[in-house]
Design a protein around this ligand. Sequence first.
Ligand code: FES
Ligand SMILES: [Fe+2]
Length: 467
Amino acid sequence: MNKPGKIAAEDLSEPLRYGVEAFIGRAYAEAEPARLWAKVWQQAGRVEELRAVGDYITYNIAHDSILIVRDAPDSLKAFHNVCPHRGRRLVGNNTGGGPKTVAQDEGAHSARGHALKFGCNYHAWTFGVDGAARYIPDAEDWQGALDSVCTSLSPVQVDTWGGWIWINMDPGAGPLREYLEPVATMLDPFEFERMRYRLRLWGIFDCNWKVALEAFLEPYHVQGTHPQLIKYGDFYSFSRALGLHGQTGFDSKAHRADGTAADTSVHRAAGDGDPRHTIAAMQREYWETIGASTTETLVECAQRLPLDLPEGTPAAEVHRFWLDSARRRDAERGVIWPEISDAQMAAAGLALSIFPNMNLIPGPTFSLYYRVRPWGTDPDKCLFEAVALDRFAEGEEPETEWTFLEQDLSAWPHVIAQDISNMVEVQRGYKSQGFAGCLPNPWQERKVTNLHRGLARYMGTGAPVPL
Ligand code: FES
Ligand SMILES: [Fe+2]
């Protein structure tokens, strides 16, 4: 039975339970915009999307829309995407005679374009990239009462880290860097700011955004959801809280027994078999069934391991040879890896979550990340994204757009489809009158539990309680 009122230990080490209100509660979903989304830093896009002054994107979250624009070669501004006159959404869907946007074509994801002035399609008030009104028809009718504050676009905090743009609607929010720690320092060596989009997929799913996000927060599900990957090794993982954020990493049961989290690498020479072959086969499988979480160079170099190394080469040596050859091969085509020490690589672990709605797999030349958002305030719908970043030689970065995929398992890369296959069924299960709340694994799923502890801080409800 739940024991409400008892506070979970700081490290979440004891068996805990949390309820389903955060997933299916209508009142909860309707409270999220003001209590959560208005307060947290959110990843809203990539800096590379805004190259020239006047380049803009929109980022929509619940019922809010944020307009982010490059207002100077070295600066970005963000505003609530709403006209201060009588509240028309300024940029994006239904632009009428205005510039055609991605949002119009795709129906929903976001708008992207270039403009040095933003004219409202309702009464033609017009704003500069600094958010100030440039043109107000018949302004003298207000008899001098209009000032620059009430006629300007409402500002939103914006900053960058890792090549991502981050926004915060709370004018009193502390600095982004502080919010992201300790994750930012752990990931700085990866130089994500030098990576670029390779693939960006999105869809609208019939589940709560937390259900979709949580499908990727722990490898505990590999045996049930991705049984084909088990042959490559043991996915036993630690999972821990890093403040609001969280981390997983490959682990062993011996570590669990003495209560320490093992420092491990994102790649691990897995299984009892010949590591030359397991790495080669696993990389091939990742490429074919995820299409991310590795790169073409890493996959190709892995295929050469059985040819280049003698049988019996120890796993650690195979692993090192593989990464060294991929680094050299990339350098030949102008793709320079950052210097990441073994200790830094190990400290980053397998995947990091950034509160509340992003989870990221870091690699020396890639990242695969997921971002999930509510769809309006419907607790049963979300906007899901899977994104692959890669390093490219200068001038060879591909132009990419958001690609919409139906909630049809055959549309998504196989492994991600396997994860998606759980989502709607979990959303259904949470509505069962026979379900008494979640029983997260106290060692391998703390990242999930920690998400609910963090959410409860903002929402005032839903904290995990001891079993
Ligand atoms: S609502 Fe924008 S000009 Fe009137
Ligand atoms: Fe998965």
